[in-house]
Design a protein around this ligand. Structure first.
Ligand code: KG4
Ligand code: ZN
Length: 341
């Protein structure tokens, strides 16, 4: 079965064809990162206008000359995300599904991210799923594709959001993750006394070992940047200190959940899963008998292949839309900023 995936939840316009949830026939992605760079973040209205311009060329690119009739189902991200952006993908998917009389499958963006490693690996259940993106930082106890419980999430900023905000503080532009990751390699997290104390921020508490908090880390960086005269090398050191603290929290909380739940399989996904320090730190868990899975770097960020893959699973589990009716939504229920789940 060939599923057409469509993704427009944030600032990537993407369409993809995936066969049987495993074989990627095509994956066309247009990133608007360059367009939003000068604003240091995604401007929703600009994002939806650019999706509108790009969605049909990207759809054509993904089809690569194949007729629309060769598509067996249309999977589309309908949330969480920016409503105006989601609507562009959703309307396109509805039009394709309606005109070809094929099922429309609404896909949850977080589920799609978690599916990305499944495109490349046969992953056994149960596992711990860590989703780290610009909008979410979540730990899931995953018993099967259809049976998962959110056990922890950020109580304020998402880790990718913190990367983007800290990059802005350091004058590095948007998106912050890749540039901080690159500069941190030439920085020393212990070089500047002001930045040494960040590791271990947001300590574990009894009964609260799986939640994350990135707002305090961002504020700590802001205070310290304001106190000392920064230069290019100091920016690299600050980036390294921030990255060490950000990744340490992810590794610690994830380690807590693995040991408390007695799980020995970990699946990491989302844009921040492309991070080099994060990947190497989690790789070390393999020494303790944990099987660690992630997607190749180009499939960590937003792409439609993960949507098509997850759509294949959802369709098999009866997840087709009721006719062509399905709505866009901005947030997943249960996640309210500033509140623990
Ligand atoms: O999954 P994604 O493409 O979009 C959302 O669903 O949010 O994630 C985007 C986030 C951005 O915050 C970006 O700065 C971050 O992923 N990111 C990274 C890296 N590459 C992208 N963060 C840290 N290190 C990276 N190498
Ligand atoms: Zn995403």
């Amino acid at each position: 079965m060939t599923v057409l995936g469509i993704e427009t939840s944030c600032d990537e316009t993407s369409a993809s064809l995936v066969q049987d949830g495993k074989t990627i026939l095509s994956n066309a992605v247009f990133s608007q990162a360059g367009i939003h760079g000068k604003y240091n973040g995604v401007v929703p209205e600009i994002a939806s206008r650019n999706h509108l311009e790009k969605i049909l060329p990207i759809l054509d690119e993904a089809l690569g000359g194949r007729p629309l009739s060769s598509v067996d189902a249309v999977a589309v991200t309908n949330g969480p995300g920016l409503i105006g952006s989601l609507l562009i993908g959703l309307s396109t998917a509805k039009a394709v599904a309606y005109s070809t009389n094929k099922p429309l499958v609404p896909v949850n963006h977080i589920h799609a991210h978690m599916y990305a490693p499944h495109l490349f690996h046969d992953i056994p259940f149960p596992y711990l799923g860590l989703v780290v993106s610009g909008g979410h930082t979540i730990l899931f106890n995953v018993r099967s594709f259809t049976d998962m419980t959110m056990i922890g999430s950020t109580i304020d900023d998402a880790v990718g959001e913190a990367y983007d905000k800290v990059a802005k503080l350091l004058g590095l532009g948007y998106p912050g993750g890749p540039v901080i990751d690159r500069l941190a390699k030439d920085g020393d997290p212990d070089a500047l006394p002001e930045f040494r104390d960040l590791t271990g921020i947001f300590p574990d508490k009894p009964g609260d070992r799986y939640h994350f908090s990135y707002s305090g880390l961002k504020t700590a960086i802001a205070y310290r940047v304001g106190k000392i005269a920064m230069n290019e090398q100091k920016v690299r050191h600050a980036a390294a200190a921030f990255q060490r603290a950000a990744v340490e929290m992810l590794v610690r909380k994830t380690g807590n959940a693995l040991s408390d739940l007695g799980l020995n399989t970990l699946v990491i996904s989302g844009g921040v899963a492309a991070n080099s320090l994060l990947r190497s730190e989690f790789e070390k868990m393999k020494n303790n008998g944990v099987a660690v899975y992630n997607a190749p770097i180009e499939y960590c960020g937003d792409n439609a292949a993960m949507v098509a893959g997850r759509g294949f699973i959802d369709l098999a589990n009866g997840g087709a839309a009721d006719g062509f009716r399905t709505e866009a939504y901005s947030r997943i229920p249960g996640i309210v900023k500033g509140k623990r789940i």
